[in-house]
Design a protein around this ligand. Structure first.
Ligand code: NAG
Ligand code: NAG
Ligand code: NAG
Ligand code: NAG
Length: 324
């Protein structure tokens, strides 16, 4: 007993004198290299194959401090600039200390040059799982990233793709937590309307761990990606509450939710599983295909203000998560 506590005292003294945090972070290869951009700024990057992403460094970025990072994915027909305006995760109100990386989807149909999409959606041909891995390889080589605190968020098709990242055998071990907003969780394998049963359809998933944190948002008035599912553009969309319940079951939790303590708007009920490892926030009866915000944004057009800011919830959620 005595010698054990002496050892732990000595260890914590050493850790304290070295200034090590309680959790030792996983430092990326980029630690110690001077950044090719100024903290507080954005910089555009283009890969050799032409794929684009944009990095924002927090003002307090230091090349010797392992820093958490968020990947953010725009919706279909949108782009990086639109997503920067929508998620506002580079604004000090929401985030002062996480690196943001915005990825650009491709427009695969030459007849629809602005129709950007993400892998998993019916008309997407590109390998965005590969793209995401390549972006992570690049940014962890260029910047001092805490590789145990890499997160993903996105809107609509970008949210659906965040769901696929969580279901990818490799990236589910590389990304700590996932926060899709108004996600389009297309199941392309079901391409016949009569075979699409949104409440019971099984979501294909190859997640590699059983403790995957999920925080999803969906509005009761979403007519684009309906809360109760749909057959849309040739693919099956699950009922969003069934999608969340399947996450709870994959994470080894009971399939019975408790009401969430974080919000309850209008008649909808938030579904919170376990101690919040999986949460589906019901944005409200009046909230459509929106990024929930208490102030006007491009989605809500100032007409459908939410009772909360999704971005604040997302940051609170990410702050509590890290890879095991
Ligand atoms: C990044 O590219 C966008 C257009 O794609 C442009 O508007 C923006 O100014 C660029 N940002 C920087 C920091 O160069
Ligand atoms: C799961 O793995 C199989 C076999 O590699 C693959 O065909 C399928 O697309 C994967 N599904 C997801 C959601 O990653
Ligand atoms: C959630 O709260 C509502 C209204 O208070 C109640 O009717 C419902 O049964 C609760 N659901 C759960 C799962 O606790
Ligand atoms: C929500 O975010 C906006 C900025 O986008 C801010 O003006 C507003 O005060 C925030 N609302 C709450 C309740 O914090």
């Amino acid at each position: 007993m005595l010698s054990l506590s002496l050892v732990s005292l000595t260890l914590s003294f050493i850790a304290g004198s070295l200034g090590l945090p309680q959790h030792v972070e996983s430092r990326a290869a980029g630690c110690g290299t001077s950044p090719s951009m100024t903290p507080g700024d954005f910089k555009n990057f283009t890969m050799t194959d032409g794929r684009e992403y944009r990095v924002w460094l927090p003002k307090n970025y230091k090349s010797d401090k392992a820093t958490p990072l968020i990947l953010s994915y725009h919706g279909a027909n949108r782009d990086i600039s639109h997503q920067v305006d929508l998620d506002k995760l580079t604004e000090p109100l929401f985030n002062k200390d996480y690196i943001l990386v915005y990825l650009q989807g491709t427009a695969d149909d030459p007849d629809r040059p602005t129709h950007t999409t993400w892998e998993g959606a019916p008309d997407c041909l590109s390998d965005d799982i590969k793209f995401t891995n390549e972006v992570l390889d690049a940014v962890t080589g260029d910047f001092c990233v805490d590789e145990k605190r890499i997160f993903a968020t996105g809107k609509s098709q970008g949210g659906g793709f965040v769901g696929r990242l969580a279901c990818d055998a490799g990236l589910s071990k590389r990304i700590a937590a996932f926060a899709p907003v108004s996600g389009a969780y297309y199941i392309k394998e079901i391409d016949v309307e009569s075979e699409c049963h949104p409440e019971t359809v099984v979501v294909p998933c190859n997640a590699s761990r059983k403790d995957i944190p999920i925080l999803a948002f969906h509005g009761g008035a979403d007519d684009t990606i309906k809360y109760h599912g749909d057959f849309r553009t040739g693919a099956c969309l699950p009922d969003v509450s069934s999608w969340a319940r399947q996450w709870a079951l994959r994470d080894g939790l009971s399939g019975t939710p408790s009401n969430s303590s974080i919000a309850k708007s209008d008649n909808g009920v938030n579904m919170r599983y376990g101690a919040g490892l999986v949460t589906l926030v019901y944005d409200g009866d009046n909230i459509a295909h929106d990024w929930p915000s208490t102030t006007p944004n491009d989605d809500n057009e100032g007409l459908r203000l939410a009772a909360f800011n999704a971005s604040a919830r997302i940051m609170d959620f990410f702050r509590g998560q890290r890879l095991p």
